[in-house]
Design a protein. Structure first.
Length: 367
């Protein structure tokens, strides 16, 4: 009976502690918003980074890692009180705590069972259980992240590698068979949970739509790849010399000559919100749209209240002003997504202008 109560206590403390979702608390009390309504809908570090910036992401990361560490340490301490005749692996307590902490983070009881994906909580648990494996897993993560810019790919690969590394390390340490089985199965469950929580990311990776930390798109990224300051100077000079001011002014003038009604603007904002929730196959057929719900809120508010670029007395707005509303909302973006969104603001606004005269590519956003 005592052993059962201890196991129950470990499961309860780990799940309840895991349910204290750092990302949700940071977004709610520091930014008066809910990160789950933006981007991927997850309450993890990556979504915090692209929605609220570096400070929010750092606070979330620290909180999530500590949560995993504390849950495992409490589980280990509670299992230390098992009766001496209990034939239970000491690793059962730590892995039970680790797994339930990840479950609590993913399905938090305090926040409607909608949380994050558990990567950093799992990392904190690994730090408490097998700290020697963490540098190896971090290296695997970086090998995937650096060339692709995809945090999700690094997380998925790291989760897949964790049970294999655990098995190898357990055998190298000469652990009893029972402990090897418990550690390997526990690691496999943790890794499997993390991969399962990334299933939407896997689909976006397959569709070529996954969020990347680095701006690696199109001609701009190619022109600005340099290896030293001399190449950088040459590339910047080339970019300035090739700038066509006349063409730029003509494009901006075209935006001034095209206007949207209030209903068309509302339609555009509504469709932009729906865009990120479309089935991947349908979204892949549409032009890219990089802005988040948080930024769309800023744009909608500025439509009525901005001192320079709000709608006119008839509630109409020219696309030059629309472009400026998008660039104004983009000021809150972190640097890794700022360039991509700046370019997207220009391309998207020009696409709206074409859609308003009947061209099909961007028509979905205004019809």
């Amino acid at each position: 009976m005592t052993a059962f109560l201890i196991v129950l206590a470990v499961a309860a403390e780990a799940y309840l502690l895991g349910s204290v979702d750092t990302g949700i608390l940071v977004s709610k009390y520091l930014y008066h918003d809910d990160v789950r309504t933006h981007g991927s809908g997850a309450a993890g570090m990556t979504n915090m980074l692209r929605t609220f910036g570096k400070k929010a992401a750092a606070l979330t990361a620290v909180g999530d890692v500590l949560k995993g560490v504390v849950a495992v340490c409490l589980g280990r301490w509670l299992f230390g009180h098992l009766p001496a005749d209990a034939a239970v692996s000491p690793y059962l307590g730590v892995y039970l705590a680790a797994i339930l902490a990840v479950v609590g983070h993913s399905k938090p009881i305090y926040f409607g069972f909608k949380g994050g994906k558990g990567v950093l909580v799992a990392a904190g648990a690994i730090l408490a259980v097998q700290p020697v494996l963490l540098p190896v897993l971090a290296l695997i993560f970086l090998v995937c992240l650096v060339p692709t810019g995809m945090v999700s790919l690094g997380s998925i690969t790291m989760a897949a590698a964790y049970p294999v590394l655990t098995l190898v390390y357990s055998l190298m340490r000469g652990l009893p068979t029972q402990d090897v089985v418990v550690c390997t199965v526990g690691a496999a469950i943790m890794g499997g949970m993390v991969i399962w929580m990334h299933r939407s990311n896997i689909q976006r990776i397959r569709d070529g739509k996954e969020y990347r930390l680095h701006f690696e798109r199109g001609e701009i990224a190619g022109e600005m790849r340099v290896t030293n300051t001399q190449e950088l100077t040459a590339k910047i000079t080339e970019l300035i010399v090739s700038y066509n001011a006349k063409r730029h002014l003509e494009r901006m003038q075209a935006l001034l000559d095209t206007s949207m009604s209030e209903s068309q603007f509302a339609q555009m904002v509504g469709k932009a919100r729906l865009y990120q929730f479309l089935p991947p196959a349908q979204r892949k057929q549409l032009p890219e749209f990089e802005f988040t719900d948080c930024q769309l809120n800023v744009i909608a508010r500025a439509y009525y209240n901005d001192t320079a670029f709000a709608c006119d007395r008839l509630r109409e707005i020219d696309l030059w002003r629309v472009f400026n509303l998008f660039t104004g909302a983009n000021k809150s973006s972190y640097i890794d997504s700022f360039l991509a969104r700046s370019r997207n603001a220009s391309v998207f606004t020009e696409g709206l202008a074409k859609a308003l005269i009947g061209e099909p590519e961007y028509r979905w956003f205004v019809e």
